[in-house]
Write a protein that binds this ligand. Sequence first.
Ligand SMILES: NC(=O)c1ccc[n+]([C@@H]2O[C@H](COP(=O)([O-])OP(=O)(O)OC[C@H]3O[C@@H](n4cnc5c(N)ncnc54)[C@H](O)[C@@H]3O)[C@@H](O)[C@H]2O)c1
Length: 367
Amino acid sequence: MAIRVGIVGCGYIAQDTYLPVLAEIGADRVKVVAAFDTAQERVDVALDTFPEASGYTAYDAFLAHQGGLDLVFNLTPAPLHREITARALEAGCHVYSEKPIAATLQEATELTAITRENGLSLFVAPSTITTARMLSIKDRMENGDFGHVHTIRAHIGGMGPAIWRTYSGDPMVFYREGVGPMVDLGVYMLHTITGLFGPATRVQAIGGIVYPERTILIERMYGEKITVEAPDVLSVNLTFEGRRFAHLFTSYAVPASKAPFFELYGTMGAASIAGRQWYDGNSTTDFYFRDESASGKSEGWQEDVATPNPLPIGGILESGILHAVDALENGTPNALTPEHATHVLEIMNGAVASAESGRPVDLTTTF
Ligand SMILES: NC(=O)c1ccc[n+]([C@@H]2O[C@H](COP(=O)([O-])OP(=O)(O)OC[C@H]3O[C@@H](n4cnc5c(N)ncnc54)[C@H](O)[C@@H]3O)[C@@H](O)[C@H]2O)c1
């Protein structure tokens, strides 16, 4: 029987990615039966894709959907994630939540407890580690292709949604306390870094607010101002067990950059992923392998190496949707666990606290 899906939050990312991907997976595997948004016009857009689904503008009515819901996608703005997820879990539904899992460690820990107590699955985006590329890089690491991988360097930034001229969502929320580039963008890299290295032990960061005020360039709000509450530049250092380190630069103050998004360095090789390669998890990666033989002839770059075992739909967000559907269909383990998302939340909050205090923060959670 197909998994009965409910969508909460029918905004930009629902329309751009989740609804089309669920349609592509097919009604024999996932059937979108209910859609909820506080704005009726957004519900109507979801029903254009899934005309047989029921539309709701009240959460109680959505959760009581006649015929039941197996899996709820929480695609609301970040500050609402905890509440929406908790209520869906309490109603007995598996949940797939956009990032972050919640705002505080306590909230995230409570969500994990509700999930476990009810024997449910909580999948938390971002799903970088379920992309074909990261699965293959992890295989290469375990195979020793790079020697001892000791450092990951990640860079992800832009100017934020205030200047995305065609953005249909609410840009203001992205600049609020507890969101910012760390929760919007850095989170992708932190899930990837910890997905490859395991839990970090310490975070130390510098950063702050470069633009105290933003001017919106989106046509329907052009010229409106946003007061910035979250750091828009953050440079974060992480320490791991086993002589491993990572650095993340994330920002909403980068007009443009040619820096690779992601690089890892091992004693015998390196991997590098450029911006043009990053968002498609089936796309290529550049590798460098050292050669310590007398001739040294195989030392050098291998550019644009194809990723083995590509997924049927390649994007980063898409890989998580496929993963959750597979896990629920087959009872296979959840790789997008709330414990992992909780650890990343602790790093994100720790980084902001460290940038404010000037002191490192020791991390307590693990996964
Ligand atoms: N925009 C992107 O490129 C992108 C990419 C990846 C992940 N995300 C994440 O997806 C989430 C949503 O982002 P978005 O860009 O789609 O935002 P959005 O503002 O376009 O959509 C959010 C939707 O939630 C609805 N909503 C607000 N309050 C609600 C409530 N109480 N109950 C139900 N619905 C409510 C809004 O009406 C809106 O339709 C965020 O967590 C964001 O970080 C966004």
